[in-house]
Design a protein. Structure first.
Length: 471
């Protein structure tokens, strides 16, 4: 069978998708190669949250085609869902598979005269041949597949694309070389923030049934993993596709409590949760349960109420602050992160300063700063844009503030004992681990295998990293 290499881009949910794709390819008999230069197929699982993310994908496609012209490239993920024709026009691209049909990507790779699948039409699907998938029945989701016209492009890439459905396409986690497998339990988003393309490329919110989540956590636990990361595009909305009107965050808390009660997983970490889903019950659970990682990531985007309204964010700055301060007070030493955007359309200097002062007032331990990037089709893209040099200057000011907060948090850990998990990445100076409160810790004198959970006495800071020894 053919050799393939997989390149993942984007968020934790996308990383989980990529791990599931790899498992499907290997189960189908494909062999993983070391690099695109040496492989017959390159699979790019893409992100499209910013123009920079798109550019990174196009750059990699060009490099792969330049270094190995015989390599066939399959592009899937969010960029493939947003702009399939654009990708199909790039030299070297053989297939474009939208998120709508990502679960069929393995069938695309398997489809050839010697190995026909149930989706026989995948062999002959060419740009411009708008047709129904062969052998499908009315009501079958695959019957809705429509190929996009080439619009003058001479590309011969095959496009498999359709409207996003309501089904959660689950594939078991393939941990690969990770010590912290990511389990995607939710996909899609109903929020429609003014800057965000994600609802268009991921569809409406949908969730993995709780019994399936528990089953998968048990499987990972049995395989020897100590920590599992629960992820989603909008994790706090978990379960609300089944129970409309459920109070914010309640079904996520119920899921966490069920996992803790019915599995022995030693550490459970949650990825990003929207502010209004960070409820008192969720904070209390993380505070009292030693198996929950002491870590919250709560997207902010802006600390200015006027900009939050223009973004169509569903909270005020003081509501956000209330939740962050509650975490800080109830969970001492908790890692607290945020996503913050600079230069949203019509953001004035006064708006930026208000946001900067707001960030300064809260006990963040790290943050991700994003210069605003217009996404085609979003409401914000048609508004008055801020000058790019101003956007990048504002972003840098936020980064510097967060860097100072991170250094202060590191200094506060010296002399403390932290629970850490050794990682599959080693540093030349020693073993690398990740703490419960989301800090990298170097263990210069330890020779521990990956995936070991232990307590570490923190001795100091070197080159921006904590270091210590096993307590």
């Amino acid at each position: 069978m053919a050799t393939f290499v997989l390149h993942n881009f984007g968020c934790r949910a996308s990383q989980a998708d990529g791990a599931a794709l790899k498992r499907q390819f290997l189960d189908a008999g494909l062999t993983e190669g070391n690099s695109a230069r040496e492989s017959e197929i390159a699979v790019l699982n893409t992100c499209t949250v910013t123009a920079a993310a798109d550019a990174e994908v196009r750059q990699l496609i060009r490099r792969i085609h330049r270094e190995n012209p015989a390599c066939r490239i399959l592009v899937t993920g969010c960029y493939a869902q947003r702009a399939p024709q654009e990708l199909a026009a790039l030299a070297g691209v053989t297939w474009v598979v939208g998120n709508s049909h990502k679960h069929l990507a393995v069938e695309v790779l398997k489809a050839n005269p010697a190995a026909r699948s149930a989706h026989q039409a995948l062999e002959t699907v060419v740009v411009g041949e708008a047709k129904r998938v062969a052998n499908s029945q009315e009501g079958d989701p695959d019957a809705a597949v429509r190929l996009q016209p080439a619009n003058g492009f001479s590309a011969s890439a095959r496009i498999l694309w359709g409207a996003m459905g309501d089904e959660f396409h689950f594939a078991p986690v393939f941990p690969d070389d990770r010590t912290r497998p990511i389990l995607k339990v939710q996909d899609g988003c109903n929020a429609h923030c003014a800057f965000c393309i994600i609802p268009a490329v991921r569809g409406r919110s949908r969730s993995l049934p709780a019994e399936k989540v528990v089953e998968e956590v048990r499987r990972l636990e049995a395989a020897g993993y100590r920590e599992v990361v629960l992820s989603g595009i909008n994790l706090g909305s978990y379960g609300r596709d089944w129970q409309e009107g459920a109070p914010p965050g309640t079904l996520l808390v119920s899921l966490l409590e069920r996992i803790l009660a019915t599995t022995g997983i030693q550490r459970l970490r949650i990825s990003s949760v929207e502010p209004m889903d960070v409820t008192p019950a969720l904070i209390a659970l993380v505070a009292r349960e030693p198996r929950m990682a002491k870590h919250f990531h709560v997207p902010l985007q802006s600390g200015c109420d006027r900009i939050l309204r223009r973004m169509n964010r569903r909270y005020w700055a003081d509501q956000y602050a209330e939740r962050i301060l509650a975490i800080h007070e109830q969970i001492p030493g908790c890692g607290i992160g945020a996503d913050i955007m600079a230069g949203f359309p019509e953001e004035t200097e006064a708006d930026h300063i208000a946001s900067l002062r707001f960030v300064e007032s809260l006990p963040f331990t790290y943050g991700h700063v994003f210069p605003y990037s217009a996404r085609p089709g979003t409401p914000a893209a048609s508004r008055e844009q801020v000058n790019s040099s101003v956007i990048h200057r504002r972003a840098e000011e936020i980064r510097q503030l967060l860097a100072a907060k991170h250094r202060s948090f590191l200094e506060g850990q010296v002399g403390q004992t932290l629970s850490v998990l050794t990682l599959d990445r080693a540093e030349s100076a020693g073993c690398l681990a990740l703490s419960s409160n989301y800090l990298k810790v170097l263990l210069p004198e330890a020779c521990l295998e990956p995936n070991v959970l232990c307590d570490v006495a923190i001795g100091g800071i070197r080159a921006g990293l904590l270091y210590g020894h096993v307590a």
